[in-house]
Ligand binder design. Structure first.
Ligand SMILES: Nc1ncnc2c1ncn2[C@@H]1O[C@H](COP(=O)(O)OP(=O)(O)OP(=O)(O)O)[C@@H](O)[C@H]1O
Ligand SMILES: [Mg+2]
Length: 254
C-alpha cells in the first residue's frame, strides 16, 4: 500500500516561454535541498537541446539544458531518461518538434520517469515547456500532462505591463481544466522600479485571479548557476510559507 506523501510535488508552468520557470524551479529545488529535503526534478519534454543523448548535460552555446540545470540545483544524479525523458533538437513547441522529427512525444517514458522520481524523492519539481496550452500531441497539451501527473500548478509570470492578462488567462485555463493553482511567482522584478504597472501587478494578480502571489523574485545581472537562482528566489519567496503550502497547509485555490 502506498503511504501518503508528506510533501506535495508541483508542476511549474509559465505565462509564456522564457519567463523564468527554470530559474524559479532550480532556486526552489536548491533551497528545499538545503532544508534537508530530497528533491527530484524533471523537464518531461525539452526542445532545443543540441544532442539528444546529451539532453541532461551541457547543451547550446555552453549553457546548461533546463534538465541539467535543475538536476544540478537539486544535487541529484539520475539518468537522462529520468530527468529529460523526451528531448528534441529543434527549439519548437513539443508537438511541432515531434512532427518535424517524425517522433511522437513518448508519454509512457514520461510516466515511467515520474513514477521513479515520485517513489524515490520527498517531492518532485516538474518544469513544463512554454505555457499551459502548449501542444504536446493532438488534443493533449501541458495542462493535460499536469493533470495526468496529478500535480498542482505553480505559475511563473513576468512583472511588466501585459502580465495581468497573461496570468489571468493562464489561471482561468488551468481552472477550466480542473487543475489546482497553488500560486503565482513573479520573476525578474526590479526592486528599484517606479513603474506603476510593475508596482501594482502583484496585488492585482491576487485580486483579479483569486490566487496567492507566493513570491516576487528580483531581477539580477545574470543567473548563471543554481546558486544564483537560489539566491534570487530566497530574496523573493518566504520559504517557510512555501513549505507550508507544500505540506498542504495553505489555502487550496480552485
Ligand atoms: N531573476 C532573474 N534575474 C536575471 N535573469 C533572469 C532571472 N530569471 C530568469 N532570468 C534569465 O532569463 C532567461 C529565461 O529564464 P528561464 O530559462 O528560467 O525561463 P524559462 O521560462 O524556463 O524558459 P523556457 O520556456 O525556455 O523553459 C535566462 O537567461 C535566465 O537566466
Ligand atoms: Mg526553462
Amino acid at each position: 500500500m502506498k503511504t501518503e506523501k508528506l510533501w506535495r510535488s508541483l508542476f511549474i508552468t509559465g505565462t509564456d516561454t522564457g519567463v523564468g520557470k527554470t530559474v524559479i524551479g532550480a532556486g526552489l529545488a536548491r533551497l528545499l535541498v538545503e532544508r534537508g529535503l530530497k528533491v527530484g526534478v524533471m523537464k518531461p519534454i525539452e526542445t532545443g537541446v543540441v544532442s539528444l543523448c546529451d539532453a541532461a548535460a551541457t547543451a547550446r552555446e555552453g549553457t546548461l539544458s533546463d534538465g541539467a540545470f535543475l538536476a544540478r540545483a537539486a544535487r541529484i544524479e539520475e539518468r537522462r531518461e529520468v530527468i529529460v525523458p523526451c528531448a528534441y533538437a529543434e527549439p519548437l513547441a513539443p508537438l511541432v518538434a515531434a512532427r518535424h522529427a517524425a517522433r511522437r512525444v513518448d508519454l509512457a517514458a514520461i510516466r515511467r520517469a515520474w513514477e521513479h522520481l515520485s517513489s524515490e524523492y520527498d517531492l518532485v519539481i516538474v518544469e513544463g515547456a512554454g505555457g499551459l496550452s502548449v501542444p504536446i500531441e493532438e488534443g493533449y497539451d501541458m495542462a493535460s500532462l499536469a493533470l495526468d501527473l496529478g500535480l498542482p500548478l505553480l505559475i511563473v509570470a513576468r512583472p511588466s505591463l501585459g502580465t495581468l492578462n497573461h496570468t489571468f488567462l493562464t489561471v482561468h485555463y488551468a481552472r477550466s481544466r480542473g487543475l489546482e493553482v497553488m500560486g503565482v511567482i513573479v520573476s525578474g522584478y526590479d526592486p528599484q522600479t517606479t513603474d506603476v504597472a510593475e508596482l501594482t501587478n502583484p496585488p492585482l494578480m491576487e485580486e483579479l485571479c483569486q490566487v496567492p502571489v507566493i513570491g516576487v523574485v528580483p531581477k539580477r545581472g545574470a543567473i548563471d548557476s543554481p546558486e544564483d537562482a537560489a539566491d534570487a528566489v530566497e530574496e523573493g519567496v518566504d520559504m517557510d510559507a512555501f513549505l507550508l503550502l507544500l505540506r498542504g497547509g495553505g489555502q487550496p485555490q480552485r
